[in-house]
Design a protein around this ligand. Structure first.
Ligand code: 5GP
Length: 192
């Protein structure tokens, strides 16, 4: 069976918790204004320095319910069993219609949903350099108790097992290099 033609204009970046997806997306935001990056809606509260409409659309539970009911979200998920996160559909459609390369940085559950509705997108898995390094990034701060640590490691094992579902993997040894690799993938074939 031949691989379906991938639309490199829409790239979905996912990977295990703490692998550094957010940092890679931030690096692309800083260096590649030609790449459109989706701004997700979330019910979590902003962290210091996070701006509404830049890092996320910070919405109430009621507002999120409304977006789900009205089918405004391309995908959504409860992440870490806590808050809801989702990709507003219309801005993605507009970016793609205008021919801009578009990037979604979302969790695995969200990536699986996009796979159902937009299978032609390019699905990229961000990989840690090694299991030990992922453990270091996950539990590095050492502020969690043993049960929490075990829970995070179990989740990470499951998340890593999803890698074969993806079209391409990028190893996040260094954030800027991984970001450049991703942008190069997005730009490949666009002018053909
Ligand atoms: P944080 O709260 O640290 O910014 O993000 C937590 C997690 O939510 C990250 O793994 C991130 O990829 C995921 N996430 C952010 N936006 C979305 C979204 O729109 N949909 C889904 N499914 N996950 C998201």
């Amino acid at each position: 069976m031949t691989e379906p033609e991938r639309n490199r204009r829409l790239v979905v970046l996912a990977g295990p918790t703490a692998v550094g997806k957010g940092s890679v997306a931030a690096d692309i935001r800083a260096h590649h204004p030609e790449v459109w990056i989706s701004v997700s809606a979330t019910t979590r509260r902003p962290r210091p320095g996070e701006l509404n409409g830049v890092h996320y659309w910070f919405v109430s539970d009621e507002e999120f319910d409304r977006m789900v009911e009205e089918d405004d979200l391309l995908e959504w998920a409860v992440v870490h069993g806590q808050n809801r996160y989702g990709t507003p559909r219309q801005p993605v459609d507009l970016a793609l219609a205008s021919g801009q390369p578009a990037l979604l940085e979302i969790d695995l559950q969200g990536a699986r949903q996009v796979r159902q509705t937009m299978p032609e997108a390019l699905f990229v898995f961000l990989e840690p350099p090694s299991w030990e390094e992922l453990v270091r990034r996950l539990v590095g701060r050492g502020t969690e108790d043993e049960a929490e640590r075990e829970r995070r490691l179990a989740t990470a094992r499951e998340e890593l097992a999803a890698q074969p579902e993806f079209d391409v993997s990028i190893v996040n040894r260094e954030v800027h290099a991984a970001a450049e690799e991703l942008v190069a993938l997005m730009e490949q074939g666009l002018d053909e």
